[in-house]
Write a protein that binds this ligand. Structure first.
Ligand code: HEM
Length: 239
């Protein structure tokens, strides 16, 4: 095992936990009377929660100066991909036994599946190129490519809004999940608007400068950090 910090270890445990809970519920016959539907819904929910969590790491760092969170973006992104793939396989494999005639017929009936598929297709190259090796090799292109994660999240939220039994636009029915997801995603996107992002970064840089007491050691460390934006203090500028 790598030299994981406690936070990284906790993240891995928390990301595996839903799979164990899901498997345990299935093997103990506690996955509702419609286990396929329950597994599809739960894996979809977990995928979107982890996807939004991966997007929340940079804004949380900008707001609270927590550079250790930046290291969680890659594992969280990969877990989101894993659960989204599992979700898709539950539907196509378990529910429809990979009968593509039936699957295509079901898409005509449930167009939100196409949007989910688009989200998964976008997430796939991001997962495949998430390794540092690709980051070095692709340079600036890597950053641009990985900005697609925002589009993925928008598609995933639209997919969720269309999949639930309710009318999201009229605020009727079972819409609390898409409503919560839209709110969270909107906040995450707003924090990334460049002037706001700069203002927030500058605010906590200023806060830190005030907290540091004068003295030879502190003065040196302050000048080392203050020229650097929060993201640049740690590795991998990602999403
Ligand atoms: C990034 C990709 C995806 C994410 C994050 C995602 C997420 C979700 C979420 C959160 C739900 C709602 C679950 C609920 O009702 O609580 C859902 C429903 C659903 N998704 Fe996806 N999805 C993705 C891709 C796909 C793909 C590729 C397919 C199929 C090929 C698919 C098929 C479905 C189906 C059939 C439902 C409705 C389940 C039901 O209520 O019976 N999704 N998805």
């Amino acid at each position: 095992m790598k030299n994981w910090s406690r936070l990284q270890l906790l993240t891995h445990i928390l990301c595996w936990l839903p799979l164990f809970v899901l498997a345990a519920a299935y093997f103990t016959n506690n996955l509702t009377i419609n286990p396929i539907q329950a597994a599809t819904q739960r894996s979809g929910d977990i995928a979107i929660i982890i996807l939004l969590a991966s997007l929340a790491m940079t804004p949380l760092h900008i707001l609270f100066n927590l550079p250790q969170l930046l290291k969680l973006r890659r594992p969280l992104g990969l877990y989101a991909f894993f659960y989204a793939a599992l979700h898709m396989l539950t539907y196509t494999g378990w529910d429809y036994q990979f009968d593509f005639n039936l699957i295509f017929a079901s898409i005509a009936d449930k167009p939100y599946i196409l949007i989910g598929l688009a989200a998964l297709c976008l997430l796939t190259p991001l997962a495949l190129t998430s390794h540092r090796w690709w980051q070095k090799r692709l340079g600036k292109l890597w950053k641009r490519l990985h900005q697609l994660v925002y589009l993925t999240a928008v598609l995933a939220v639209i997919h969720l809004a269309m999949a639930v039994k309710g009318d999201f636009l009229r605020l009727q029915g079972d819409i609390w999940k898409p409503l919560a997801a839209t709110l969270v995603l909107s906040l995450l996107l707003v924090v990334r608007i460049p002037p706001l992002r700069r203002a927030l970064s500058a605010r906590h840089r200023k806060g830190r400068a005030v907290k540091i007491t004068p003295g030879p050691v502190n003065r040196r460390s302050d000048s080392g950090l203050s020229a650097v934006t929060p993201e640049k203090q740690t590795e991998t500028p990602n999403h």
